[in-house]
Structure formats: C-alpha cells, structure tokens
Design a protein around this ligand. Structure first.
Ligand code: CO8
Length: 260
C-alpha cells in the first residue's frame, strides 16, 4: 500500500503505472503531486523488474496544469530563491522509457508533462494547450522549448502567444502525439506498447532513448533552453498581471491587465 495522496501506482509485469488522481482539481500538478510523481519515477527507475513506465490521468483530465491556487500569491523573490518548480525537471533524468496516456485536458504544465514523456498516446477527445499567457505567465516546464522543437517556430508561437488549445488530431499531425485512439483504448494500448518495450534489453532501450533525445536540440541544448525558460517563468511572478491573471481564474472572471 502506497502513502501517496495524489497518485496511484501499480505495476503490471514489467510495466510501472502512475495514475494522477486529484480529480477535484482536474489533476492540477501541485508541488506535492509532482514530488509524488518524482518519487514513483525514482522507485520504478531503481526497480530492475520494471522496463517501462506509463503515466496517465482520468478520462476528463490528464492534468489541467500547475496548481494555480498554489502559485497565485507567490512573489518573484520566493519563486526565484526556491527555484520554484525546479523539481519538475526530474522526469528528464529518468532513463527508462515513459509513455503518456492522455485523455481530456492536457493544459499548461499538463501538456508539458505529456511532452516530457518519450511517447504520447492520446484519446480522440484529448485537449492540449499552453494557456499560461492568459494567466499572465509563460510556460515554465519546457513548453516553449519542446513545443518549438516538435512543431516549429510559427505554430509554437501561435500556440504559446495566443494560448489557444489544440486537438489530439492536430497534436498527432504535428508529431507531439504518436497515436490517437478511442478514449477507452488509450491506456490499454499504452500499456501494451510499454510491455513490448519492456520485453526488450533495458540498456539497449535506454541507449535508444538517450540517442533520440540527442537528436532533438537546436541552438541551445534542451537543458539550457528549459533553464532559461524557467527563469523567465519565475520572472513573471514579479508582475501585477500574474497576480491578476491567476486571481481572475480562481474568481471565474476575465482578467484586467495593467501591463505591470
Ligand atoms: N490549478 C488549480 N485548480 C485548477 C486548475 C489548475 N491549473 N485547473 C482546474 N482547477 C480547478 C478549478 O479551479 C475548479 O476548482 P473549484 O471546483 O474549486 O472551482 C476545478 O478544478 C474544476 O475546474 P473548472 O470548474 O474550471 O472545470 P471546467 O470543466 O469548467 O474547465 C478547464 C476545465 C478548461 C481545464 C479549466 O479548469 C481551466 O482552464 N483550467 C486551467 C488551465 C490552465 O490555465 N492551466 C495552466 C496553468 S499554469 C501552468 O501550468 C504553468 C506551468 C509552469 C510549470 C513550471 C515548472 C518549472
């Protein structure tokens, strides 16, 4: 029996499954939740029986982003000094393959979490997006970096600067998602794929993962790009507009931007 409050874990043969389980908040990725993901990833990484990992949410939400209620009142000094959400980078150090099985909302940090996985399977009704701009912040967990590397500059600019959502079908066409499936088949197929991968040689699979990852960088390495992006994301907490954007979301109203 695990002591996690926000996730469920279950291993199935050689596959380790992590299910985000904070339904009331649409799996919003609070710090506590993300620490639990990290802890579970670390356990699977260290378990020689496990050859692949699957991360999933519910039919309604993979994850609706970082936790806006937790973030809204933070100051720049706080987020910068504590390297706020720096622990989100841990998933990028996991050497075993990770498959995201996405249904429902994968927004903001939820979209970034999916893109941090090695392979993404999505349900036909999945909704992706980087809506941070509407909250007065920018993506902070690789959104501007992984999206741009995956879909190119113009499309990434459109998504990040407008904050509009995109569909599973678009995500597949753009190469972010490898397969679109009926809602009730996503997890099953992700686990099947994970089982196939887990039946292969672990060090060879790890080498394949490492090598593909080396093929995805442009001018800045992904690590440098994500570092720079996180600093700018933290920097938005110095703005009044970040307080207003997040407050407006929680109060369920349109934000009034003051450009300060
Ligand atoms: N944070 C906190 N609570 C949330 C979040 C969230 N991201 N998303 C939803 N919730 C809560 C709602 O506040 C609501 O709670 P309550 O019942 O207490 O009012 C509950 O979940 C259900 O949500 P809704 O009533 O809004 O449900 P709807 O079906 O009407 O709408 C949406 C669903 C469209 C998904 C809507 O909830 C929404 O727009 N959510 C916010 C999406 C968003 O803006 N995400 C981006 C967050 S910012 C971010 O992710 C930055 C990441 C930076 C990472 C940095 C790492 C270094």
């Amino acid at each position: 029996v695990s002591s996690y409050k926000n996730i469920l874990i279950e291993s199935n043969g050689k596959v380790g499954l992590i299910t985000l389980n904070r339904p009331k908040a649409l799996n919003a990725l609070s710090s506590e939740l993300f620490h639990e993901i990290n802890d579970a990833l670390e356990k699977y990484q260290n378990d020689p029986e496990i050859g692949a990992i699957v991360i999933t949410g519910s039919d309604r939400a993979f994850a609706a982003g970082a936790d806006i209620k937790e973030m809204q009142d933070k100051t720049f000094a706080e987020v910068y000094k504590s390297n706020f959400l720096g622990h989100w980078g841990k998933i990028n150090e996991i050497r075993k393959p990770i498959i995201a099985a996405v249904n429902g909302f994968a927004l903001g940090g939820g979209c970034e979490l999916a893109m941090s996985c090695d392979i993404v399977y999505a349900g036909v009704k999945a909704t992706f997006g980087q809506p941070e701009i509407k909250l007065g912040v920018i993506p902070g967990a690789g959104g501007t970096q992984r999206l741009t590397r995956a879909i190119g500059k113009s499309k990434a600019m459109e998504i990040v600067l407008s904050g509009r959502n995109f569909t599973a079908e678009e995500a597949e066409r753009w190469g972010i998602v490898s397969k679109v499936l009926p809602v009730d088949k996503v997890l099953e197929e992700a686990i099947n794929l994970a089982q196939q991968i887990a039946s292969l040689s672990q060090p060879v699979v790890q080498a394949g993962k490492e090598s593909v990852n080396n093929g995805t960088s442009f001018e800045l390495s992904l690590k440098e790009g994500c570092h720079f992006e996180r600093r700018l994301f933290q920097g938005t907490f110095a703005l009044r507009d970040q307080k207003e954007g997040m407050k407006a979301f929680i109060e369920k109203r349109e934000p009034k931007w003051t450009n300060e």
